[in-house]
Write a protein that binds this ligand. Structure first.
Ligand SMILES: NC(=O)c1ccc[n+]([C@@H]2O[C@H](COP(=O)([O-])OP(=O)(O)OC[C@H]3O[C@@H](n4cnc5c(N)ncnc54)[C@H](OP(=O)(O)O)[C@@H]3O)[C@@H](O)[C@H]2O)c1
Length: 174
């Protein structure tokens, strides 16, 4: 999906129909096409993530290449080689700038949302809230605050070779 809005900063996430994004340690699906979409959108831009999301990345992908990795944490920066760390969301968003992308997890999305201008969401055609185990949720995007500017496909779903059906959405502040 080519983005319509160029005004940032933004957030990017993938969620189930009932807004589940993970279990605290990993993501609940593997959709290679969505990982490619994430790379396309964020490449060349700073990314902001929480400590637990950093830890959820396979070690060989830390830091994410081609992007300034900014990790929110109160832990010793020495534990995050290749990343910039800060314990302040305001600092993280300032460092990331207009073109930056907040990339999780649940706590960072929720705290950052009021400061964001755009959100790129992958909707995954599964319901997970009722399944056993811990859950991390994406924040709710209220219709009076967020307006969809495009969806791909406009109707229906994209099929994944390796996972559930999915669709991309781009929303901006209403
Ligand atoms: N589906 C998706 O698109 C997607 C994307 C990303 C992540 N995820 C999933 O999300 C889950 C992780 O999310 P999470 O909510 O558990 O953790 P998280 O937001 O990744 O990290 C939480 C930690 O980050 C720091 N932090 C977060 N917000 C902060 C703030 N406003 N100010 C200062 N520090 C802050 C704190 O670190 P300290 O404790 O060190 O102070 C906090 O303990 C995983 O399951 C991951 O797979 C899913």
């Amino acid at each position: 999906m080519d983005l319509i809005s160029s005004t940032g900063p933004g957030a990017i996430w993938a969620q189930s129909l009932d807004r589940v994004i993970g279990d605290g340690a990993s993501m609940p699906w593997h959709i290679p096409e969505d990982l490619a979409h994430f790379t396309r959108v964020t490449s060349g831009s700073p990314v902001v993530m929480g400590r637990r999301t950093w830890l959820s990345l396979p070690e060989r992908f830390r830091p994410l290449p081609g992007r300034t990795n900014i990790v929110l944490t109160s832990a010793d920066p020495a534990g995050f080689p290749g990343a910039r760390t800060t314990s302040s969301l305001t600092d993280a968003l300032r460092l990331a700038g207009e073109g930056g992308w907040v990339m999780g997890g649940g706590r960072v999305y929720a705290d950052a949302l009021p400061h964001l201008a755009r959100v790129v969401v992958t909707e995954v055609d599964v319901e997970l809230a009722g399944t056993p185990g811990p859950k991390v949720y994406a924040p709710e995007l209220r219709a009076e605050e967020w307006r969809e500017v495009q969806a791909e496909p406009a109707e229906g779903w994209l099929e994944s070779a390796g996972g559930p059906r999915y669709r991309f959405r781009e929303l901006v502040r209403a």
